[in-house]
Design a protein around this ligand. Structure first.
Ligand SMILES: [Zn+2]
Length: 494
């Protein structure tokens, strides 16, 4: 019974239905058929009904999209066909954008309808699978929607007016246009683009998943070749023992992060170390004649260097985030706006290099998987405030030690870590408490919507980890995953 409570807190919290008792009732009925009265049948059905509803609610909360990636192997003409499909996607996206700019397509529905018109007009667009065409139009719409969104929020500066794309590197299929082989080691694209059957190699096994769990399939072109990605909806959650530890993280440039206990994690600076290599490859590119095939080859080499660095960074972010989440129950970090910080030109390279954003996305992802609390707090004054007495002690970026009148002498980042932790613990919590919920005081309605309560109480300073199902979907339909860091932000791709 204790394990059961741990496994599904919402279910246990409702107190309405206990599946073990349901099972008990059932076995009892089997033994003594005479007990099968109308009342008991009704009670049984009621238990099952309530139980199912609750179980489903629990499940919905844990559904997560993961992205599995495989390298594709095929013949040269197959890759040419993929390139052709990539160009078609770009064409449709840009055409849709043009329609919107000209004021002829004002909604997503208009753009989707326009796909059929394009297919009718251009034979090469007709060859692409219809759902892939729709996905291309959706990309145009997501660019437009984020522009509208920025305007509505009155974001300072540029609002990100959608641009025409010229370097598309991915094509997205939904549930049709492809067929997995029985051994799931190869995939056949069945639309008229002529991509055909591609062999796939990767470290993950697709046999663990049902075909209907695969929501989208995508072909991605990278400097190192072509890849097939599967976006799979899974019920991903893991049970671990509580660690009885809380932690506040202060990210910095000197060390990647410093926690509230004063432990520092060194900054790997992949970019800085890879800089030499990049410089060399870059010079090789510039030495070659423009437009020559030697230059093209050199450019591919350069792209591979960048690719390696981005993979190293991602790998580290995942491992570190997983480690932090599994060794703490509550993780608090700053809600940093990297975009604004990068504007400081001197720090831009180091900030981008550190990959904080990626780290944070993975923190929140693992927080969801391992059911740990992640809190993002307002970064204001975290490094200036004294963790001992609360007085603001002004210091510049170069002052590395915090010295306060109250006698508190700490490392600058250590002090910030403590402040962040305190701030996080002060803003979140009190879910389902009697004082805040009148219904609960009478014991009528148990609070099942834990997430809702939290975000309601946390106000602007707290942020519950967002809904990954939605987020990964939006990430997946993003313009070009190959270059953005968020690429497989919510999926554990290989
Ligand atoms: Zn002080």
């Amino acid at each position: 019974m204790p394990e059961f409570i741990q496994a599904s807190p919402t279910l246990a919290a409702t107190g309405l239905c206990h599946p073990p008792s349901c099972l008990g009732t059932m076995s009892l009925l089997k033994q003594q058929p005479a007990l099968m009265t109308k009342t008991s049948i009704f009670l049984l059905l009621w238990h099952i009904y309530v139980g199912c509803v609750n179980i489903n609610m629990d499940r919905v909360q844990q559904l997560i999209m993961i992205v599995l990636e495989f390298k594709a192997y095929g013949k040269l003409d197959q890759f040419t066909a993929i390139d052709e499909a990539l160009r078609t996607v770009q064409f449709i996206r840009n055409k849709c954008l043009r329609l919107w700019i000209d004021g002829l397509g004002m909604s997503q529905y208009d753009l989707n309808k326009y796909c059929a018109v394009l297919a009718h007009e251009f034979p090469f667009a007709d060859k692409l699978n219809s759902m892939a065409r729709q996905a291309a139009a959706e990309r145009a719409w997501s660019a437009i929607a984020s522009f509208y969104d920025n305007c509505k929020k009155k974001v300072a500066g540029l609002k990100g007016f959608p641009k025409f794309q010229k370097d598309n590197r991915s094509v997205e299929y939904k549930t049709s246009g492809w067929r997995l082989a029985d051994d799931r080691k190869s995939i056949t694209f069945t639309d008229k683009k002529g991509i055909g059957r591609l062999k796939m190699k990767g470290t993950r096994d697709l046999n663990f998943y049902q075909p209907d769990q695969i929501k989208r399939v995508r072909l991605v072109k990278r400097a190192s070749g072509y890849y097939v990605q599967f976006c799979i909806q899974v019920d991903r959650s893991e049970l671990i023992e509580p660690t009885h530890r809380t932690i506040g993280l202060d990210v910095g440039l000197e060390s990647f992060d410093t926690d509230s206990l004063g432990t520092k994690v060194e900054n790997p600076r992949f970019y800085r170390t890879g800089e030499k290599k990049i410089g060399r490859s870059q010079r090789l590119v510039f030495r070659k004649v423009k437009g020559s095939s030697n230059r093209r080859k050199a450019r591919i080499k350069l792209a591979r260097v960048y690719l390696k660095i981005s993979r190293q960074r991602k790998d580290r972010a995942i491992k570190l985030a997983r480690c932090v989440i599994t060794s703490n129950d509550v993780v608090v970090y700053e809600d940093l706006r990297i975009k604004n910080m990068v504007k400081n030109h001197c720090l831009a390279k180091s900030i981008n290099d550190a990959g904080w954003y990626q780290f944070r996305v993975w923190l929140e992802y693992f927080g969801k998987v391992f059911k740990r609390v992640t809190i993002a707090v307002n970064p204001a004054y975290t490094s200036q405030e004294c963790s001992g007495c609360g007085v603001i002690v002004k210091k510049s970026l170069s002052t590395r030690t915090h010295v306060c009148q109250c006698g508190c002498v700490l490392d600058r980042d250590h002090n910030a870590g403590i402040n962040i932790l305190n701030s996080g613990l002060g803003t979140v919590g009190h879910t389902g408490t009697f004082a805040l919920d009148v219904n609960n005081a009478w014991g009528d309605k148990p609070s099942t919507l834990i997430g809702e309560n939290l975000s309601g109480q946390g106000m602007s300073r707290s942020q519950e980890s967002s809904d990954y199902t939605n987020r990964s979907r939006s990430v997946f339909s993003e313009r070009d995953a190959t270059r953005t860091e968020r690429e497989t932000a919510c999926g554990e791709s290989v």
